[in-house]
Structures are given as structure tokens and as C-alpha cells.
Design a protein around this ligand. Sequence first.
Ligand code: ZN
Length: 232
Amino acid sequence: MPDPSALKSTLARAIRLLTAEGLIDMNGHMSARLPGTEHVLINARQVGRSAVGPHDIVTVDPRGRPLPGEGDPPAEVPIHTRIYAARPDVHCVAHLHPQFATVFTIAGRPLVPVFQLGALFPAQGLPVYDDPDLIRSDEAADAVARTLGSARAVLLRGHGAVVVGEDVETCFTASIWLEENAKKQLWASVLGSPRVFTEEMVRRVRASLWDRAILLKTWDHYVAKGQREGIL
Ligand SMILES: [Zn+2]
């Protein structure tokens, strides 16, 4: 098995930073495929999200069962394993409880691209999984994966969101951009009716933004901020 220590460390940092930014609260989790294996790394169930370190990342098999000697994964681990089963292109999954994006599912209003960084998401709005219950079974998680389809994120009604990425840094960046768009859309709604990007605008802006150097700038910015503020 490849040495997972670097990936565990990156994953733990991403979880602490997402917690500091209000996208993960006392619950929420992030996972990554362990390259060269069928296994998945995910933060342990019991550990506080603001204090996750590399040693708090557990390894589970494709059914979400911990490998011998590992701690317990979160109860909602099927969200991760079933999305990996459905999406070979996805190597990192974040289950978030974002302050702002979640509000749209409560109001029943679509979360749509209104801000540059939001062009990552569909012009017609993010898909919404309509059941607010915990997602603890493979059946429920398969339904979430179906609602996600080929998108980069799905909202969970009255609950949170699931964001996917090609790696931890991509998934982290997409999560931050989702919440930035949600904040701006919510504030704009106070002033009037938000002007939604057209499909053509979304295509163009997404092509401009979805560049590894640009998305790593977001990751580097939050890592530096986290170090300055003593979060990392
Ligand atoms: Zn949850």
C-alpha cells in the first residue's frame, strides 16, 4: 500500500480550514481515495472537526468498513463510498454543513451562478437532494449520487451539501467557491432580484477560472491564512 501520510496531512488541513470557514461544523467530513488501492481515507467519527490531525484520518474499504486497527468512520460514510463507486473521475468528496448554501434549500430557492467563482456550478442551479434525514445507508447514498449526476456539487435539503473534486485541493476550492457564490446571491437578494449568469457566460467564465494555477491560489491563500491565525 502506498504511504498515505502526505495525503492524510492534506486532508486533515482541508477539514480544519473548512471548519474555520464555517463550511463544516461539529459534523461534516471529507475523504480521499488512497491512490493505487480501493481504500478511502476519511476523518474519524469522534474527533472534533476543528482539531483533526493526520492521525485522526481512518482508512475504510469500498463498503465503508474500517480496516483492522482503524477507528470508526462517520455514520454517513456511504455518501463517500457510493459517490466513488458512481464517479471514477472523483478522488475527493466533502460533506459540508455550509452556513449560506444550506439556506437556499430551506427557502426552496435555486442556488445559481451569480458570482464569478460560482460559474463552476450549473447555470440552471445546483441539484437538491430532497430528504433532510441522515444518509447512513447505501440506498440513500446512491440516491444522493444520482441527484449529483455529473455535477460538482449537490445540496441536501435542510442539511448541507456534498462537493466533489479531482483531488483534495480542487474539492476544497470548489467548496469555498460554492459558499462565496451563496453569500453573494443571498446579499443580492436583499437588494433585489439577483442577475443570474446565462449558460454562455457560465461556460466562458468557467473556462477562464478552471485552471489549476487559479484554484491552487485559493488553496494557498487559505493555508497561509490558517497558518497566520493558528488554525494549522
Ligand atoms: Zn450531514
